[in-house]
Design a protein around this ligand. Structure first.
Ligand code: IMP
Length: 201
């Protein structure tokens, strides 16, 4: 049985792969599976975008004869929701600063928007909506979250996206200062995936 992750983000694929355990014999990113498509993420919720990615990637994989019984496609749509910004950037996290996926520009914009906001008002959380689609079984949907706050400067070189600005209180470190195993033990993505795997078993 194989799992195709509906993403071309190598960080996301690696995180999911390392958290999956032995549930699937093979775990492939979209491109590794030979699926060339760019899903337009224009839904107004994380859940809607995850559903769209899962359905479109599944439809292409199925039309190419890749989906055998037991195989699945898993999509993840993630956002950073900052309290002082009314939940922004949220579903627009990837395109916060520009229409492209420019992580450095997004982080700069976030720090600019929070300029002058004191530490106690910098609360934020990551949310990951996951949708797993199979051929002959119902879809599984789950959302995972992790709570923390936004730092005043970038800290750490690990991870990706907004990790260097997200302070995880219990560790006293940003996600980019934690190694992959530390982040994967507590992250939004871990919490979503745990719910999906529990629903499968
Ligand atoms: P998407 O889920 O790939 O659409 O990601 C939305 C935005 O959130 C992008 O800017 C990503 O870089 C960022 N992002 C997604 N997952 C994470 C994460 O685990 N840590 C930090 N940033 C993330």
């Amino acid at each position: 049985m194989k799992l195709i992750i509906a993403s071309n983000n190598r960080h996301k694929i690696e995180e999911i792969r390392s958290m999956l355990g032995a549930r699937f014999e093979r775990v492939l990113g979209q491109r590794e599976a030979g699926l060339e498509l760019d899903v337009v993420e224009d839904a107004d919720t994380l859940e809607g975008n995850a559903q769209k990615k899962a359905e479109e990637v599944f439809a292409l994989a199925d039309s190419m004869g890749l989906m055998e019984p037991g195989d699945a496609v898993l999509a993840d749509d993630t956002g950073l929701l900052v309290d002082a910004l009314g939940g922004a950037p949220g579903v627009r996290s990837a395109r916060y600063a520009t229409d492209g996926h420019d992580d450095a520009a997004n982080r700069e914009k976030l720090l600019r928007e929070l300029d002058g906001v004191p530490g106690e008002r910098r609360g934020a959380h990551f949310a990951t909506a996951m949708v797993l689609v199979r051929k002959d079984a119902p879809a599984v949907r789950a959302t995972g979250r992790v709570y923390g706050s936004i730092t005043f400067d970038e800290r750490g070189d690990n991870g990706f996206g907004y990790d260097s600005l997200f302070l995880y209180g219990p560790a006293g470190k940003t996600f980019a200062e934690m190694d992959a195993d530390e982040k994967n033990a507590v992250s939004h993505r871990r919490n979503a995936l745990a719910l999906v795997l529990a629903a499968l078993s």
